[in-house]
Design a protein around this ligand. Structure first.
Ligand code: HEM
Length: 333
């Protein structure tokens, strides 16, 4: 991962600290009845807020941040009418409040207060446009810096929340996989290797394949081409139906079955697009994998859970989530 995000800390130290200080502890205190979709957002938001701008996981600032963020998230699927009373308008207002919070943080940092070795600090140091502006064509304006921070917060939040929820659901439904995962993690713990080997990434890949959290994304055709008799012209937008790609029985036999070991063998290129592919591939892949791995580790080694409702429906929003939010009863092992 880029050291702009991690500073001098190792990714894992930093993330574990963030999770322990604000996220996972709170998740635990919400047990035994726990809905990953409603509780994980606070965990994932705290982690990403801490990673990007060292936001304290508790307190007034965190609360303001969280409530504005919730409004922004719920405005994504709204019609773009900037009319008071609409979800879109509320989203724009919340975004502007976030911008002024960021303005405060940026000006404090520039005054030398509250230095932090985080992503925001590196943007401020490396990319701030000088007052004369002209000489720094490649540097970012404050508005662009704030946009970058908000983009990472948005892109890294709902996606990871959805992944954690699906992971709990698939593991809950596949006790033999959970058992193997548990044994593997317990063994690592017993050997005292700490967090050195948060492995079994096949479980993460299989979760992202089955759930396909981002069901589609697009590319612009760089030249005319033909595929299966269909002519695509240069400049057209091509939307990828990732759900179908992830459920192609020729590549993934019995595609509805949750079977992490299928990732032991190399796959046909471009058949797994959980984090996309190519130059626009998800830049948060390492952070997401690490966050999920730490979550799995705590969950598998310390808790068992039982679903409180049976419902396999999917909510087809921008990010695919379980419609019933997968409420579970959690108990210590
Ligand atoms: C399990 C969690 C995540 C999943 C499943 C996921 C998935 C994806 C996918 C499928 C794309 C589109 C890639 C493409 O077009 O080829 C994407 C883009 C992106 N992701 Fe993630 N992501 C996750 C977590 C994160 C995190 C934690 C961050 C930030 C720290 C992040 C930041 C971004 C950004 C900024 C883009 C746009 C990249 C671009 O257009 O150049 N994502 N993600």
């Amino acid at each position: 991962m880029d050291d702009r995000v991690t500073g001098n800390h190792s990714e894992e130290d930093r993330l574990t600290a963030a999770a322990a200080r604000g996220g996972f502890m709170q998740v635990q205190s919400e047990f035994p009845r726990y809905s990953p979709v409603s509780s994980s957002p606070s965990f994932t938001l705290k982690v990403i807020g801490h990673m990007i701008m060292s936001l304290e996981p508790k307190g007034e600032e965190q609360e303001k941040f969280r409530s504005n963020f919730k409004i922004i998230s719920s405005s994504f699927a709204s019609l773009p009418f900037k009319v008071p009373g609409t979800a879109f308008h509320r989203g724009i207002q919340a975004r502007d409040r976030m911008y002024s919070m960021l303005d405060n943080v940026i000006s404090k940092r520039r005054e030398g207060q509250g230095f932090q070795n985080d992503f925001l600090e590196s943007l401020i140091i490396k990319h701030s446009k000088a007052a004369d502006g002209e000489a720094d064509k490649d540097k970012l304006t404050d508005k662009q810096m704030k946009d970058n921070v908000l983009t990472l917060l948005v892109a890294g939040h709902d996606t990871t929340t959805a992944a954690l929820t699906w992971l709990m659901k698939f593991l809950g439904e596949n006790p033999q996989v959970l058992q193997r995962l548990r044994e593997e993690h317990m063994e690592i713990q017993a050997k005292g290797k700490g967090g050195a080997n948060l492995s079994w990434s096949e479980v993460i890949s299989e979760t992202l394949r089955r759930a396909t959290i981002l069901p589609w994304f697009s590319r612009k055709a760089a030249q005319d081409f033909e595929i299966d008799g269909y002519k695509i012209e240069k400049g057209w937008s091509v939307n990828l139906d990732v759900v179908s790609i992830h459920h192609d029985p020729e590549v993934f036999p019995q595609p509805e079955v949750f079977y992490p070991s299928r990732f032991d063998e190399p796959l046909k290129p471009f058949s797994f697009l959980g984090f996309g592919s190519g130059p626009r591939m998800c830049p948060g892949i390492n952070l997401a994998k690490l966050e999920i791995s730490i979550f799995i580790r705590h969950l598998a080694c310390r808790y068992k859970w039982t679903p409180l409702e049976r419902d396999d429906s999917v909510q087809h929003t921008l990010v695919r989530i379980a419609k019933n939010k997968y409420p579970v009863l959690v108990e210590p092992l």
